[in-house]
Design a protein around this ligand. Structure first.
Ligand SMILES: NC(=O)c1ccc[n+]([C@@H]2O[C@H](COP(=O)([O-])OP(=O)(O)OC[C@H]3O[C@@H](n4cnc5c(N)ncnc54)[C@H](OP(=O)(O)O)[C@@H]3O)[C@@H](O)[C@H]2O)c1
Length: 226
């Protein structure tokens, strides 16, 4: 694959950090973005020590201004991985108002603003890959039985995938990926998958060939019910 420029959100830890590392190892230039600058810079230092082409930029997904500033500094990217997210607990009545608003801002609007910032360059240049890291909890078909704020915002993210894929040319592929249940701070120690296993499906969607799918929802490279 041609060397590309990649941006990963929430790349200071968990799946985002692993995906950034693996994309850099594939020979791409990677922007590690994070709201936690200390951890983000540390992640970049470790990867740079391995000789990888990795760079840090602060980006808080809760603030459109922060996304816009990052775009101004970074410029165009070829591959956008919308990974950063939060999981707030509670059913529709129990979830705190602030937690609900935070979830919408970060999980749905943050990813949407990133797509709106970086997709135009991809469309102009005639090549792009956008991966929205979603969840089985955002799937109607898989029961939608998790915490309300998380389920609803991930279902919204899936709707963004579908809608953008219809409006964008086929050369700019937009797909949702569920990494499975992964042992990160979000997934917990009991989760069935390692970070490496979880990252695999995200890398797959980020590196799709020109005849690969767009507008789909995948786990392990296989379709998941919306
Ligand atoms: N782990 C699982 O079992 C599982 C299952 C299905 C889907 N997913 C999805 O996989 C993705 C990665 O999750 P993970 O398991 O790696 O979780 P994680 O370890 O909790 O990492 C979440 C990342 O999102 C970042 N983030 C949160 N709010 C942000 C904000 N306002 N601006 C920028 N970054 C922000 C966090 O940064 P901070 O360090 O600053 O908090 C962190 O880097 C998420 O989209 C998640 O929904 C995970």
């Amino acid at each position: 694959m041609t060397a590309r420029t990649v941006l990963v959100t929430g790349a200071n830890r968990g799946l985002g950090k692993q995906v950034a590392l693996e994309m850099a190892k594939l020979g791409h230039k990677v922007w590690v973005t994070a709201r936690n600058a200390e951890d983000g810079k540390k992640a970049v230092e470790t990867m740079s020590a391995e000789g990888l082409d990795v760079h840090f930029r602060h980006m808080d997904l809760a603030w459109p201004g922060s996304i816009g500033q990052a775009k101004d500094e970074i410029g165009d990217v070829d591959i956008l991985i919308n990974n950063g997210a939060i999981l707030e607990k509670g059913d529709p009545l129990a979830v705190e108002h602030d937690a609900l608003e935070r979830s919408v801002r970060i999980n749905l609007l943050g990813a949407t603003h990133c797509l709106r910032a970086f997709a135009p360059g991809m469309i102009d240049r005639g090549w792009g890959r956008i991966v929205n890291v979603s969840s089985g909890w955002g799937s109607f078909g898989e029961g939608m039985d998790g915490p309300m704020a998380y389920c609803v915002t991930k279902a919204g993210l899936n709707a963004l995938t579908k809608n953008a894929s219809i409006h964008f040319p086929d050369t700019v592929k937009v797909n949702s990926v569920c990494p499975g249940w992964v042992r990160t701070s979000m997934g917990g120690d009991e989760a069935s998958r390692s970070i490496e296993q979880g990252a695999k499906g995200i890398i797959w969607a980020a590196t799709l060939p020109d005849d690969g799918p767009t507008g789909g929802f995948f786990r392990d490279g296989k379709p998941v019910e919306w």
